[in-house]
Design a protein around this ligand. Sequence first.
Ligand SMILES: [Zn+2]
Length: 170
Amino acid sequence: MTDFSPTYCPQCGKATFARKHGTCYVCQSCQFEYYHNTAAAVAGLIEWQGKILLTRRAKEPFAGRLDLPGGFIDPAESLEQGLSREIFEELGIHINDWRYVASGANQYVYKNVRYNTLNSLFVAKLNDQPQLTLQTSEIIETVWADKSHFDPNELAFASLQRLVQAYLQE
Ligand SMILES: [Zn+2]
């Protein structure tokens, strides 16, 4: 696993591209500057009759582990819009009434590169059991876990464990 550390400048192509400070990368030849900013992500806690909806990951990282539905925010989306889109893609249901809970920083390793992410947790309480259509490329199965007995440490990501813990203790 490595930090983001490209050598070649994406503008002039010379091997004079390097990190200047923090998230800032600069080319010594053409002065091109790039900021490798934190990526925004969202997770949705869907509640129905005292149970919370968990997904089992089909993909690395953490394939086979429990997770919450959600994902990365696309350009021009709000957190709520991105979450509603992800929920529809992964579960086939429309939810637009989200309540913000908390956020937490995380690092996400994908194909050996470490990304800094900021994950925000939202909650939606449903009156009726939703009829789910799973995106099987992302999710193996869903599990309704009893809210009062669920151990957040069963979740794949440490940042999500802390966020769900914070919600369950509210
Ligand atoms: Zn350059």
